[in-house]
Design a protein around this ligand. Structure first.
Ligand SMILES: Nc1nc2c(ncn2[C@@H]2O[C@H](COP(=O)(O)OP(=O)(O)OP(=O)(O)O)[C@@H](O)[C@H]2O)c(=O)[nH]1
Length: 245
């Protein structure tokens, strides 16, 4: 008997009520009936799955969801050779917003930036809140000639208008953007791709903020780590040995 079936009925009912309350609060549609039929159970499972993939403040994809999308995209690019761009963004001097206007104003800035990012990309692109004031956007099928244009559009969408706060207050914010393309025809990892985009974000910050830094073209050179993923070996020596066989 597993732990769920072993629970007393009252406890099970309580957990179910908690799940229903959570979904209701998040605005998920649930069947009106309180009968625990298949339809109700499926709606609860679907709702909880969806909730587990979203960031609570903005409703964007959360880190877990985004990492899975990156892995899927890497796999697709390795097979098809299409190009895909990853952008990472960080709100500039965000600590000042919190310190001078308060945490609630900071939250308002985060949700407004999230909305602007969502509005300026295609529905097929994945926008995520990756950390506190850090966002990431996955742009599948994005040609290198368009990359700089898209990244600049994203940067401008945040800068374009002040964020409206409570009591008629407003604040202007900007973002720094770093970007890297997925390596084509190579099996890479989400961490390596993210690292390369982060490096570009670091450049954008150190070069003065409110700017875009992108790796110029998709990387065609293959790192030793990526080579080992491609061939399933851990060192060049091992790779050479394989070639000699
Ligand atoms: N209001 C609010 N603040 C958050 C949230 N998550 C993180 N923060 C704050 O975001 C701030 C991030 O500050 P820093 O990492 O110093 O960066 P910064 O001030 O944006 O400076 P640069 O990135 O160097 O331009 C910290 O003060 C965090 O407390 C959140 O969900 N809501």
């Amino acid at each position: 008997m597993d732990s769920l079936t072993a629970s007393p009925p009252a406890l099970r009912r309580l957990k179910l009520d908690q799940a229903l309350a959570l979904l209701k609060q998040a605005g998920y549609p649930l069947p009106a009936t309180r009968e625990l039929g298949l339809e109700t159970l499926q709606a609860i499972i679907d709702g909880l799955c969806d909730l587990s993939l979203r960031d609570a403040l903005t409703g964007l994809a959360n880190r877990r969801h985004f990492r899975a999308a990156l892995e899927r995209e890497l796999d697709r690019v390795a097979r098809t050779g299409e190009s895909a761009l990853l952008l990472v963004l960080d709100i500039d001097h965000f600590k000042r917003v919190n310190d001078t206007l308060g945490h609630e104003a900071g939250d308002r800035v985060i949700t407004t930036v999230a909305q602007r990012l969502t509005d300026c990309v295609r529905p097929m692109d994945v926008v995520a809140r990756y950390g506190g004031e850090e966002f990431a956007i996955l742009l599948p099928n994005c040609q290198p000639t368009f990359g700089p244009l898209v990244a600049e559009r994203v940067r401008r969408s945040v800068e374009s208008e002040p964020v409206q706060l409570a009591h008629g207050q407003e604040v202007r914010v900007t973002v720094s953007v770093g970007g890297a393309y997925a390596p084509q025809w190579v099996r890479s990892s989400a961490s390596l791709w993210m690292e390369r985009a982060d490096l570009q974000l670091y450049c954008a910050k150190t070069e003065g903020r409110n700017r875009v830094c992108l790796e110029p073209t998709p990387v065609s050179s293959v790192s030793s780590e990526e080579k080992s993923m491609l061939f399933g070996v851990s060192s060049f020596a091992e790779l050479r040995e394989l070639g000699d066989e």
